[in-house]
Design a protein around this ligand. Structure first.
Ligand code: URA
Length: 287
């Protein structure tokens, strides 16, 4: 087989298994023998010799944090990082300040691998706030939630009950894309949750729509899967001490559109849940 064809096949295999982002700024030759302390470094391979030096202009603002091993020890435990997230989030008095606080927050390593912060989309004055899991590749590129294939299906689902991005407000549990679209880790969710709780407080929606199991579990503190949680109203009681929000917010978990793309047979259930959301909105007299 031609080497070029080999490389093409290897590349498409990488994409298939989700390794579709270059995380390092220069290639790493993992075949090179490790350098022993005290011995001269082996000669560079041609690839390394021709690699460009890391360029400052290549580094986006979101990629400028040090790796976790270089973080000060006061910031390395999840408790300390979460505490600092809570303090930064609580100090944000409006959505612009919250977005800025997140952009400056260096406690989540995902910020270092993502291209953009994905804060929110839609109308912050609407009655319905929709919360997904985490940005994918398209969202990471554009800096907006739910713009890929799953987002297009979400838009069509919302349209069936007369909603769109001007009558809803959309965000995610995580504001940065996990590399290769892997599932968010519990640690990442814990660290980022104070910002989302503050986000919900500031928007103060009448209804929350929790898209997928990760979102429902994180915000309801539930351990059941989405199949158990979906289809009925839950109380989101996120308001912390000092919040102006009165009482819990009704929250409806629904199947994630990415799941519905894989399992179209489940759309019937999703349709029921959407109709229930419409019914509740009609009771509230709006949107
Ligand atoms: N899936 C999500 O949960 N959120 C997005 O923003 C995109 C895909």
């Amino acid at each position: 087989m031609e080497p070029a064809q080999d490389l093409r096949e290897l590349l498409s295999w990488y994409v298939e298994v989700g390794a579709d982002e270059a995380i390092g700024e220069v290639p790493v030759n993992r075949y090179r023998a490790p350098t022993r302390v005290g011995s001269p470094a082996p000669a560079s391979t041609p690839t390394q010799a021709s690699s460009p030096p890391p360029s400052a202009s290549f580094t986006s603002p979101t990629n400028s944090i040090p790796p976790p091993s270089a973080l000060p020890s006061s910031l390395t435990s999840t408790d300390n990082v979460t505490k600092s997230a809570r303090e930064m989030a609580a100090a944000a008095m409006d959505l612009a300040a919250l977005a800025e606080a997140l952009a400056n927050f260096d406690g989540c390593a995902l910020r270092g691998t993502a291209t953009n912060l994905v804060f929110a989309d839609g109308n912050p004055g609407s009655q319905v706030m929709i919360i997904g899991e985490a940005p994918g590749a398209d969202e990471d590129r554009q800096g907006r939630p739910f713009v890929g294939l799953a987002g297009q299906l979400l838009d069509r689902m919302l349209a069936t009950i007369g909603l769109d991005r001007s009558s809803t407000y959309i965000s995610n549990i995580l504001p940065w894309r996990p590399p290769g679209n892997r599932k968010p880790t519990p640690n990442e969710v814990t660290i980022c949750l104070p910002f989302l709780r503050r986000h919900i407080e500031l928007v103060n929606p009448k209804i929350l729509v929790l898209v997928g199991g990760i979102s429902a579990q994180a915000l309801l503190g539930a351990s059941q899967g989405i199949t158990r949680l979906r289809g009925r109203w839950h109380d989101y009681t996120g308001a912390g001490a000092g919040s102006d929000n009165a009482g819990p917010i009704p929250a409806m978990p629904i199947f994630h559109p990415a799941y519905l793309l894989r399992k179209p047979g489940m759309k019937r259930e999703a349709w029921r849940d959407l109709r229930e959301i419409r019914r509740r909105l009609d009771d509230l007299g709006g949107a």
